[in-house]
Design a protein. Structure first.
Length: 288
């Protein structure tokens, strides 16, 4: 119990130090960031045939329920599926579009997360750590793409969303959906290279593609990039999203508000962790 108490007080102390350092620490963090490039995925809707192999392979890779056989309406991702492929009738006929977490360069979900449970990794994926999460669900509210989903009906709920197969990426493998796409609609690589590839395709086939790489600038840039033969609003994509990142809107805010508003979340995390440890100890005692 003493160790947990010391850890909790240490956590409060770190928060106080962060407040005291203020703007200087924020500026310093920018200079110490890794030079490692973000990776991402280029989705070419002109090559997608709507086979939904990506859905099935994603479900298998993440031990999620098998996708439904028939699609009667436009679907969204939820706590049982990290990605969906929908069909839209457009000016150029039927076009398929794949949806999942966009893995923003500066994700609003990570900026809103009080405990850093939602985290942008150095290689690109935005991942969720259940051991750090206290269930506030601010990530869900802040996401402009409506990606994180909460397991409301679970006894041990998690935040569910695409993680770009972050574990596979550690062994230099592409995400499961990319690896198994039978029509090369998905291409994995360094984000900078994917943008070059997208521009090359638009330049070589201007009659096939609209001159817009969705995700290059939306929300400050995203890890998933899209090519389309029709304007993206015809595919249900949010084209009203701002070009700069959403965390840009709040930079400097935490350094101008009373410290109590920053300390309260830390206090809540400490209570959450202490409660979690108590439950674990109680379970161990019951087993003995």
């Amino acid at each position: 119990m003493g160790l947990r108490r010391r850890s909790f007080l240490k956590l409060l102390g770190v928060t106080g130090i962060t407040l005291a350092i203020g703007e200087s620490s924020h500026a310093a963090s920018k200079t110490t960031e890794s030079d490692e490039e973000f990776h991402g995925v280029l989705y070419d809707s002109t090559r997608c045939v709507g086979c939904r192999t990506c859905e099935y392979e994603c479900a298998a890779a993440h031990k999620l329920p098998e996708p439904i056989d028939k699609v009667a309406a436009v679907r969204k991702t939820d706590e049982t599926c990290n990605t969906v492929v929908n069909t839209f009738q457009t000016d150029k006929g039927e076009v398929f579009i794949k949806r999942q977490c966009m893995h923003c360069n500066e994700p609003a979900c990570a900026a809103a997360c009080l405990t850093k449970a939602m985290h942008k990794t150095k290689s690109g994926p935005v991942t969720w750590d259940g051991d750090k999460c206290m269930g506030c669900r601010y990530c869900m509210v802040s996401c402009p793409f409506d990606s994180p989903k909460f397991e409301y009906h679970s006894a041990n709920p998690k935040i569910q969303k695409c993680d770009m197969c972050a574990e596979r990426m550690k062994t230099e493998k592409s995400p499961a959906c990319v690896f198994n796409c039978p029509n090369d609609a998905l291409k994995y690589g360094k984000r900078r290279d994917l943008i070059k590839e997208a521009r090359r395709r638009i330049y070589e086939k201007p009659d096939l593609y609209i001159d817009h790489i969705y995700g290059e600038h939306e929300a400050g840039g995203t890890g998933w990039l899209y090519l389309s033969p029709v304007p993206f609003e015809q595919l249900g994509m949010n084209t009203a999203i701002q070009q700069s990142s959403y965390p840009e809107l709040t930079k400097g805010f935490l350094y101008s508000v009373p410290s109590v508003f920053v300390l309260v979340p830390t206090l809540l995390l400490g209570i959450h962790q202490a409660t979690k440890n108590n439950h674990l100890n109680q379970e161990e005692e019951n087993e003995n």
